[in-house]
Design a protein around this ligand. Structure first.
Ligand code: NDP
Length: 463
């Protein structure tokens, strides 16, 4: 037996975002000597320029819908919006959260190193500012992802969601490319704040991969809020045209916009990280290949969060970071179950989802589909005709609930709770046994009688 190698640390984490911070805190709480290296701000994309500021801006934009129906309840509202106030208040809140994250790291004794770290071996990272090398028994790569910009002429004239939060002034017009989460969320934010908003998307309807009723329902909501959609088209080039950006589309049409934003997906943040020096294997899409315990092919190197591309969602990164710490530092081998992840799109209308879509479920045996469409009660005194949609997908004849899809106010909050039941394997009979809470939108989920239509042997019947 050789003498044990002495390392500077038990764990060095690269990246102080959702996954890295949770892993560092948990590992330190189990007695490990931990350093976390961060080149930007503590908190990562979610806190600094993602989920949190996005949700604050969503709240800001939703006042418009409230003002629209206020007079039906007798209110007369004269509203105006001030972008700099929102940006300044957002900055204050993000700084507060960053301080809280920093304190949470410091409490269990994690050393925070503000620098850029590059992997220099299976047990070592080099700090870029002073060239110092830190050795560690384990390395955890939690560097997240960054916006992907299509390789088109003039792409540099476009922005990503990173910059959208801090635009010096609210633009009069914006063109957003993409049809995913970020495109539709930012489109509804900007439209809600009064910006002339256009989505350009290569597909034929936003949110590819979501349930068709959710996609069509959201699309109707976008249109009713004045958002223009240009489908089956991409941006071919961008050019500066005075104060504005001239966008030329793949069909040859050209138009000027104040701001052009790419929401065309995110790629793993691994450039210049030195992973090759340790021989870390990547997936074809450039994410880091890991096993169920977040371990790479190099036994001392683990990776969690967006950089592994398993599911680009904060709570998933947090869970992966936590289970990594359990596995490596608490002798408690835990693998994250990625099979039933609730998710929400904070657009207008909002979408919440758990489980299979109707199209997926139809290929999973005989299923029953229950759909309710109705005007949310809040709108019934006004002329607003937008419908809420609740869809329950179950195995046939009162069997297990396979999917729940909600479009409308409160969808995210409802799905978070229904996810508990679905995760426990609840059946339609379990939902039926539950007494409705009246008047609420969610009560529809426990008061469905006959299916709206069914699938038998993959064939749609009824409806
Ligand atoms: P998404 O993967 O959701 O959407 C990317 C969009 O860009 C798709 O519509 C895609 O088209 C399109 N696209 C990709 N490449 C190109 C290209 N070369 N040219 C034109 N269009 C292209 O990514 P987002 O950027 O919206 O968000 C990144 C991730 O962050 C999400 O996947 C999600 O996991 C997470 N996120 C979660 C949120 C939440 O939970 N509420 C909010 C924001 C982000 P196609 O559909 O044809 O592939």
């Amino acid at each position: 037996m050789g003498a044990a190698v002495a390392f500077d640390y038990d764990l060095v984490v690269i990246g102080a975002g959702s996954g890295g911070v949770r892993a560092a805190r948990m590992a330190a709480s189990y007695g490990a000597k931990v350093a976390i290296v961060e080149e930007f701000r503590v908190g990562g994309t979610c806190v600094i320029r993602g989920c949190v500021p996005k949700k604050l801006y969503v709240y800001a934009s939703r006042f418009r819908d409230q003002f629209d129906i206020a007079d039906s309840f007798g209110w007369q509202v004269e509203a105006s919006f001030d972008w700099p106030t929102l940006v300044a208040n957002k900055k204050k809140e993000i700084s507060r959260l960053e301080a809280a994250y920093t304190a949470n790291l410091e409490k269990p004794g994690v050393e925070i190193i503000r620098d850029r770290a590059v992997v220099s071996g299976a047990n070592a990272v080099r700090l870029m500012s002073d060239g110092r090398e830190l050795t560690a028994k384990y390395l955890l790569v939690a560097t997240g992802a960054r916006p992907y910009f299509p390789a088109i002429p003039g792409a540099e004239f476009g922005i990503s969601s990173n910059e959208a939060f801090d635009l010096p002034t609210l633009p009069k017009s914006i063109l957003i490319e993409g049809g995913g989460y970020i495109a539709v969320e930012f489109a509804t934010i900007f439209a809600g704040l009064g910006v002339d908003t256009t989505i350009i998307y290569r597909g034929d309807c936003v949110l590819r991969g979501f349930d068709e009723d959710m996609r069509r329902g959201l699309e109707a909501g976008l249109v009713s809020r004045g958002i223009r959609t240009i489908y089956q088209t991409t941006i071919a080039s961008l050019a500066q045209a005075g104060e504005r950006i001239q966008a030329t589309f793949s069909d040859g049409v050209s138009a000027p916009y104040d701001v052009v934003m790419f929401a065309t997906g995110r790629v793993a943040n691994i450039d210049g990280l030195g992973l090759e020096s340790a021989g870390v294997r990547l997936n074809d899409d450039g994410t880091i290949a890991v096993d169920a315990f977040s371990q790479t092919n190099v036994p001392s190197i683990y990776a969690v969060g967006d950089v592994t591309g398993r599911a680009q969602l904060t709570p998933v990164a947090i869970r992966e970071g936590w289970y990594f710490a359990e596995t490596v530092f608490n002798d408690n081998r835990l693998a994250v179950d990625h099979s039933l992840i609730p998710t929400a799109v904070f657009a207008e209308p909002e979408i919440g989802v758990i489980g299979l879509t109707e199209a997926e479920a139809a290929t999973h045996g005989d299923v029953d589909i229950y759909v309710a469409r109705f005007r949310p009660m809040q709108n019934t005194l006004s002329t607003k005709s937008e419908r809420m949609i609740l869809k329950l997908i179950t195995q046939k004849d009162g069997g297990k609930v396979l999917g729940v899809h909600i479009l409308g106010p409160g969808a995210a909050e409802m799905i978070q709770l229904v996810a508990v039941a679905v995760g426990m394997g609840a059946t339609k009979a379990d939902f039926d046994r539950t007494i409705a809470l009246h008047p609420s939108a969610a009560e529809e989920l426990v008061t469905f009688k006959a299916p709206s239509y069914i699938y038998r042997d993959g064939e749609k019947l009824g409806g």
